[in-house]
Design a protein. Sequence first.
Lengths: 760, 172
Amino acid sequence: MAMDIDNDQLEIIQEFVTESRDMIEQLEPQIIQLGQDSDPEIMNAIFRLFHSMKGSAGFLEFDHMTRVAHAAENLLDLIRNGDIILVSEHVNLLCGACDFAKEALEMIENNYTDEDMVGPADVIAEKLHQAIELAKAGGAETTAEPPAFDPTVEPDPDADAGLPQLEINEEMRQSFVTEGLELLQSAEQRLLAWGEKGEDTESIADLFRSIHSFKGNCGFFGFVDMEKLAHQMETILDRCKSGSPLNVDNPADSLLSALDLLQNAVNDIAQERPGLIPDLASSLNELQKLLPPMLGEILIAEGVREDQITAAVATQKKPMGEILIEQGAATPAQVNAALLKQQASKKTQPPPAAKPVARTATAQRQDIRVDLSKLDTLINLIGELVIAENMLIHNPDLKGLELENFNKAGQHMSKLVRELQELAMTIRMIPVSGLFRRMIRLVHDISAKSGKKVELVLLGEETEIDKTVIEIISDPLVHLLRNSLDHGLEPPEERLAAGKDEKGVLTLSARHEEGEVWVTVKDDGRGLNRERILEKALSKGLIEGDGSELSDKEIYNMIFLPGFSTAAKVTDISGRGVGMDVVKRNLEKIKGKIDVSSNPGQGSRIDLRIPLTLAIIDGMMVRVGDTTAILPTLSILEAFRPNQEQITLTPDGDELAKVRENFFPILRLYEILGKKPDSKVLADGILIVLEHQDDRFCLFVDEIVGQQQTVIKGLSDFIGNVAGVSGCTILGDGGVSLILDIGSLRESLEGKNLTKDANS
Amino acid sequence: MSSIDSAFVAIDNEDTQKDKYLTFHLAGEDYGIEIRFVIEIIGIQKITEVPDMPDFIRGVINLRGKVIPVMDVRARFGMQARDYDDRTCIIVVNIDGTEVGLVVDEVSEVADIPAKNVEPPPRTGKSTGSRYIQGMGKIGEDVKILLDVQKLLFDEEMNRLMKRANDDQEQE
């Protein structure tokens, strides 16, 4: 059947795939919610999903999908009518059915048939049938059983192992990797929270779900190692969830290390390697050690009847502490201390009512994944639209005409275009929370390794930054945090001796300021040591003279020089002197700036100042002769018309302008552009004071034309990089104007890059 | 099935574009370039100069919101410069996604030159120009110098140019 599909049918199939996918995406979270409170409305929606999927799949002769949808529908129908009671395993099954449907849809999209899905379909349909039978036979019994004994969890690996080996294509692997990393990341956050605040059933349940679905994915793709490890983790979580005791008070750390292995393996797969976990057996053992054999299991082994134990478990509601004491795993004193801790942490936790509300709110927000290149194209198009609109409204042909209606329409259009542009800019913006959260883990690990106590405070997580920028500042942030932790914060003894709290505070914040986003890393450690930095810089020959005339700020900025490191010894965390210069380089890539400030003994603070967007800058247009160029407004400090007394000529022929008490070198723009200016006399033109990384200099131009929003366009790849120019923009009249690169202009002052040939 | 449709269109285009050359005048001679590289022909317009470029890269122009570099073919071949006039044209070509404008004296026509009428390039190897010649096309008594656009844009000389720009970048 797959072979003779005509165009009409193809369209129908594609529509079916898209529609079904949307529905599943929408309903999947609700299915999970169903497990917590069964809202008849949601139940109906889910029922409709499977029903219409069954109908469409049946019409298109996708038999396996039809079968699964039908079975799911049956189950839902029974639940809906109250014939059987919904238990968590049903939720798992329905999610499984959704997963199956997604895979089947993928296959249909590629091959227009679901014939290869026969194996998984059998498994899922069979499970659904079993669940129905089981529920019908003795619904009450099933529900009494705690979800911890969920039978569907156990047979999973075996069932999946029996499936025909699926061919994994590139797309599937990619989606596995993305999804897998997301799942692991959310699991990681919860684990970290767990490690700090103690357990919270809800987050354990979430954690369990993340690991469980990850395991499912691994099983489907046949990544046996990962599946085994995830399974073991799941078992532990399962115990925690059902309140069974473990051999340790808090398994979070062990689980974290297992999680790391999984993450490594997923990254492995991302690079098209098999995703094996080295030393799997020992990792499994590590985890197994956390699990004491359950009391019930021992008793069964000793001949006690199983149903009696189940009953005993059901009635067993003893607090965990007591059980621990009974088993001798903890002393009463330990338990009491732990209880106190637990209570203390509960007080600081937000009221539990807040959580469900937040959850429904997120459920309503619908996100779609869009290819980034598509988004870029859209944003480029809008940028071009802005230019086109400018060209239209300010068209020279219209000059001097009385066009009342045209102007009205034009204004309307301008407004719409502005709105569109602003919206387009926000599309690329994502909150920094994801980036910040990743740092939690980093700080956790480093503080554990170095024995320093740290509290990481995250502020302004909701601040949004361009996605590309987030990627670019991710590495710098890691370096900065490492540095603060390793060099800035003191060990506990030293802190106590200095009269500070034993626990250091590391603040990571983001906020909007001056049309930029400021990301700040602040610690309350010992601060930067001027003498030591200076000493180091001198010994490495990074500065001339004895450095005594340098300001604190200049000295602090030396930590960003390549090859600089003040740590007395190199630790495995930081101190190799790579890193800080990477921070600077990455920031320069996005036209950002770094500010360092420090108070000896009170800590240091590093501000990353990042432009809001990479696509548009505030520009100042300047003119030289008949050519215009754009300067980024952010780099401009001031502009003035010099008089002759302000200019000093050095014996080398360099010109210096005196601005108040400072002397700045002068760079003539017409020399750089090779243009003929109105006048070469400085007093006839304008000097613009520019700043680049604390270096200041003056640029001589004929006049300042005005300020404008500038859509940045790259010069063609064909031309490549041009010294002194960072890009170009299209003006209202359709002409092209170069955007000057302040950094390389500054360098050209030193005669590095540009040939100063005024007459060419 | 749309991909197949477009594939057909492409094949179709390839077919109709075969052996067709856009011919133009340059310093009294007739030249031709394969039509499949040509996107459009525009009149000369305001060119924004870019500093630090070889003289044959005249600068950049705005082609409906796209910024494309412009190469003066006369200057490229080391011929004598000539003021642009209203017959001067920019031929916009696209090679593997890179769009470049070529400034020529005057565009003449699209000519059909079957492969059998194309002679191999002369092996003088002296002038800068001959390295970029793909062949000599004959139409009756007329001879058109067929240029290899690929080489014109991407030969070692251009590579050197780009490399130098990149070296500058590394120094920063």
